[in-house]
Design a protein around this ligand. Structure first.
Ligand code: ZN
Ligand code: ZN
Length: 423
């Protein structure tokens, strides 16, 4: 019986990898230009990192984590997102003593046991950034503009930015009172999850997808109406920074984000493209998270983007990502007598940074040419007995047969120059 991948996982085959690599390069490039440095954190952590760092009332922690006991009897969890692990590392490595803001980015796989649906995987990938030590709102606007630039570099259009403020613990307690009052006589009609949320984090009721709950959430009071002076000022500051940058946005008081740790700024980029509408990327501020995880009082802000979702968007917008092929020369071998010269030339070209392939499966000369053509290799080097005797090789351009002679000893930069000029 042949094996197959576990449900919720997928192979990323060589033909698809071009898009991944392009996105990774563009993302790390943009991050670096904004002063962010990459961090690589473990795939699994002590379960407590996520129950504390993501929040015990979230669906992620309550229903979707891959938690297991290791052979030492410790509870471990495959990371369901990136922020909690980055915060753990920030605290553990004393990064709060570094000059602020400390700017980190990551490109990770993550794991959630989710219901199967199109475009959703149980092992998925995220790009994200976290910035610590700046109250904002300038840095909030900066990471939003980082995303705008990333989308632009990837050629993604038809996205819009929605922003909201969900306040701080002080103004939120006032707001929660209002929410509880509003929902108190409706709870019997609402789902079990919402009844649970009512106790722990009533704001998350606004995120419920059940239609019988949505009936009520539409008219529920919004945090935006209950912001304290500090939060109001912060939100106004964000809007004016975005205005300065010429970044369009809509204030959407309905955005609450699914995780417990957010404060003040929350934002989403949504697609307006027909067929793929929905959230591409979301983020926000988490001023209490580092403290909640037993670290110093350091504010933070960040976002995470699902890579699978993002690539789906590229595809549906018709953005083609061509694989960059590095092999420029196929070295055709004519006989056993020329084999040594072929080998040597291949190694010499590779040492000089010119990608090449040579025959490894004893194909006939004709079959070698056919292979090179099919593989889209732009040049073929031919070394026959005459060339071996004369210490030369000929380089033929596949598109039109134009041929040039080179001495085996010609300098690699000369050969490289010829190839890039004629390619
Ligand atoms: Zn507040
Ligand atoms: Zn509900």
């Amino acid at each position: 019986m042949a094996f197959s991948v576990p449900k919720g996982t997928k192979d990323i085959l060589p033909d698809e990898v071009a898009g991944w690599q392009r996105a990774e390069q563009a993302f790390s490039g943009v991050c670096a230009e904004y002063g962010f440095r990459e961090i690589r954190i473990p795939t699994f952590e002590h379960t407590e990192v996520f129950t504390r760092g993501v929040g015990g009332s979230t669906d992620v922690v309550r229903k979707e984590m891959y938690t297991f006991e290791d052979k030492g009897g410790r509870s471990m969890t495959l990371r369901p997102e990136g922020t909690a692990g980055v915060v753990r590392s920030f605290i553990e490595n004393g990064m709060s003593s570094l000059p602020a803001p400390v700017r980190l980015y990551y490109m990770i796989n993550a794991f959630r046991y989710e219901k199967m649906q199109k475009g959703r995987y149980r092992e998925f990938h995220q790009f994200g950034v976290e910035a610590f030590g700046s109250q904002g709102p300038d840095i909030d606007a900066e990471i939003i503009s980082l995303l705008v630039l990333f989308f632009e570099r990837m050629g993604v259009r038809e996205t819009s930015l929605c922003i909201n403020s969900i306040g701080c613990p002080e103004c939120r307690s006032v707001y929660y009172e209002e929410l509880r009052k509003y929902f108190s006589d409706k709870l019997t009609d609402m789902c079990a999850d919402c009844n649970e949320r009512m106790k722990q984090n009533p704001m998350r009721i606004l995120d419920c997808k059940e239609s019988r709950c949505k009936v009520y959430t539409a008219d529920a009071p919004r945090q935006l109406q209950y912001l304290c002076e500090g939060c109001k000022e912060h939100f106004e500051g964000l809007k004016s920074a975005l205005n300065d940058l010429g970044i369009d946005y809509t204030v959407d008081p309905g955005i609450v984000r699914g995780l417990d740790y957010y404060t003040r700024t929350v934002f989403e980029f949504v697609s307006d493209h027909v067929g793929t509408q929905g959230t591409i990327c979301g983020g926000g501020r988490y001023d209490k998270l580092v403290e909640m995880m037993d670290g110093p009082a350091v504010p933070g802000v960040g976002f995470a983007m699902g890579v699978e979702r993002f690539l789906m968007e590229l595809q549906s917008q018709g953005i083609e990502l061509q694989e960059k092929r590095s092999v420029k020369v196929y070295i055709a071998n004519l006989s056993d007598e020329t084999l040594a010269s072929c080998r040597k030339l291949a190694y010499r070209l590779r040492c000089g940074g010119i990608g090449c392939e040579t025959d490894l499966v004893s194909r006939s000369f004709r079959a070698q040419m056919k292979y090179a053509n099919k593989a889209g290799i732009p040049f073929v080097a031919v070394i026959g007995p005459d060339e071996v005797a004369g210490g030369t090789f000929s380089l033929k351009r596949m598109s039109d047969g134009a041929t040039a002679e080179f001495s085996i000893d010609d300098s690699i930069p000369d050969i490289n120059h010829y190839i890039s000029e004629k390619n």
